[in-house]
Design a protein around this ligand. Structure first.
Ligand SMILES: Cc1cc2nc3c(=O)[nH]c(=O)nc-3n(C[C@H](O)[C@H](O)[C@H](O)COP(=O)(O)OP(=O)(O)OC[C@H]3O[C@@H](n4cnc5c(N)ncnc54)[C@H](O)[C@@H]3O)c2cc1C
Ligand code: FES
Length: 513
């Protein structure tokens, strides 16, 4: 979430000339105290809010694709006709205004009321249960109501916290620069207002696909006609001696992030195990709190496997410039109590690091126990078809646990926020047979994720699994570059630093293959 942007450009209620509007190139201005942009598409002109409803990204710097605009920061997509957030991570629409044309002059008129939700359809199932109140589960619940589903809707989460903005837990929230009120995806009352029964703090312990029923740890059970499994993933635990000490943390939940903040208040020295995205984001957030950070990881280059050697080396350098010390090519061997009462993290290479607490970021594994126990097809994830349906009709899966077939025909499971939300939205529509313009219910989205390290955001589109060659355009140290990952002659993925439009253009190019 960012601050409300300052008003820019002309007063659009006074109008501009038609000649000032170039095809597909937004013109930003304002109406009263609201930022508005005009977008010309052929003979049509749209007037919509200029600020993304996710974290306030500047939509005019994004990309117009057909009758939609994509946000430059995290690739949310909005319908220019209705304002609807048609692709996460934005979930709230942007406002739309009427456009008044008077000869060669174009001005913005009244703000339009929000588009009414469609009514319920005869074929809708009566009861839908969503297991997992994270990115995918929450987005699915919102989507069901948005598409006119009026039946019983239950969203069950093991975590007390409810749906939260998980990416923030390793970034601004952990760094102390995002207030607590930014963290819930919606206020609690929103769920009641939208007829969503939110059941929190109680995991589902059993799924019976024959009886179409889920059983919770507290003994309650819910019958369903359609089910969405969205239980996400769990951090992999370190297994060396001493790794079960209370000072050794992982990070997945709001509670985990709060526990790290409490440690950062008391302890001034942290060891981060793993140079994963989460490990390094935690390192950056702890440095913002002036905690000294040492990172231990087996790789020679942090993130090198995903980002390639040059970008990986730059990310290392960036962290070193902020005071992070790396111990690469080695692993922790044990965690003991040192003589001063601090922890002593002993490494395989013989080094011993003193720390007040340890954060382990060595990856996640999909939470597939429920699915496996119920007899669903699983293989490093819950296997889904192109409609995100599992091997059992009426039971869908979305998010970190779902292993789908991508555009190249390979089975893929990704752990990205916007992808999880979009999968949840797609599964929701398929559960009720809803269709939207331009989408046929098949899951074909190109993966996208972002990662933030200090003031540097990395945007990544595509899936670079199995890349053989990387082409770097520009210099990472100039904070202006794009890395393209190829297998043979095939472009698989593109990572960018401060080239947001290029990232959006790459996404569109990958979608067209
Ligand atoms: C700290 C952190 C930072 C991240 N930052 C980024 C980022 O910058 N960009 C990015 O693209 N991705 C990021 N990710 C990844 C992203 O958050 C995940 O890909 C996304 O949350 C996956 O959504 P999901 O719905 O599959 O799982 P989750 O969001 O994890 O939700 C799963 C939910 O299911 C619940 N659950 C599990 N088992 C049960 C059960 N048996 N019964 C009931 N409920 C259950 C869990 O409590 C959880 O709330 C980050 C992840 C973390 C942890
Ligand atoms: S700010 Fe627009 S998608 Fe995040």
């Amino acid at each position: 979430m960012g601050d409300a942007p300052k008003l820019a450009g002309p007063d659009l209620s006074d109008g501009v000339t038609l000649a000032e509007l170039s095809e597909g190139k937004p013109l930003v201005g304002h109406v009263g105290d609201q930022g508005v942009m005009l977008v010309r598409r052929g003979d049509e002109i749209f007037a919509v809010g200029a600020t993304c409803t996710h974290y306030s990204g500047p939509l005019a710097e994004g990309l117009v694709v057909g009758d939609t605009v994509r946000c430059p920061w995290h690739h949310a997509c909005f319908d220019l006709r209705t304002g609807e957030a048609v692709k996460a991570p934005a979930l709230t629409p942007i406002a739309c205004w009427t456009v008044v044309r008077d000869g060669e002059r174009v001005r913005v008129g009244d703000q339009q009321p929000p588009a009414p939700a469609p009514g319920p359809q005869p074929g809708h199932p009566q009861r839908i249960v969503i297991v997992g109140a994270g990115a995918a589960g929450h987005a699915a619940a919102e989507q069901l109501r948005l598409r006119g589903y009026r039946g019983q809707l239950v969203l069950i989460g093991a975590d007390e916290a409810g749906p939260v903005d998980r990416p923030n837990l390793s970034k601004d929230y952990l760094a102390g620069t995002a207030p607590e009120e930014w963290i819930p995806l919606r206020p609690r009352e929103w769920f009641a207002e939208n007829g969503i029964e939110l059941v929190l703090g109680t995991p589902v312990t059993r799924l019976d696909v024959q009886k179409r029923n889920v059983l919770l740890a507290n003994g309650r059970s819910y019958d369903f006609d359609r089910l969405l499994l969205a239980t996400g993933a769990e951090p992999i635990k370190l297994t060396v001696p001493g790794a079960d000490r209370p000072e050794v943390h992982t990070l997945r939940t709001l509670g985990d992030s709060r526990a790290l903040i409490a440690r950062a208040h008391k302890g001034r020295r942290a060891v981060v195990v793993g140079s994963s995205f989460i490990g390094l984001e935690v390192a950056a957030a702890l440095r913002a709190r002036e905690v000294s950070v040492q990172v231990v990881a087996p790789e020679a280059v942090p993130l090198g496997k995903v980002m390639g050697p040059e970008l990986g080396a730059y990310i290392r350098q960036l962290h070193e410039e902020h005071g992070v010390v790396f111990h690469l090519g080695t692993r922790p061997q044990s965690i003991d109590e040192g003589s001063s009462g601090a922890l002593l993290v002993r490494l395989e290479d013989g080094t011993a690091l003193e720390a007040d607490f340890v954060v382990v970021g060595i990856g996640v594994r999909p939470a597939i126990e429920l699915a496996a126990q119920a007899g669903l097809a699983v293989d490093n994830g819950v296997l889904v078809d192109d409609k995100l349906q599992t091997s059992v009709p009426g039971v869908y899966a979305a998010g970190d646990l779902a292993r789908f077939v991508d555009r190249q025909g390979q089975r893929l499971r990704v752990e990205h926020w916007a992808v999880a939300e979009r999968m949840g939205q797609t599964a929701a529509r398929n559960m009720i047979g809803a269709t939207v313009a331009g989408r046929d219910g098949r899951w074909t989205d190109v993966p996208f994720f972002w990662s933030q390290h200090y003031d540097v955001a990395i945007n990544y589109v595509g899936s670079g699994v199995g890349w053989e060659r990387v082409e770097l355009d520009g210099k990472p140290a100039d904070k202006d570059c794009a890395a393209r990952f190829y297998r043979g002659a095939t472009l698989l993925a593109v990572a960018t630093i401060f080239r947001d439009r290029e990232s959006l253009e790459a996404e569109v190019a990958l979608e067209q293959r």
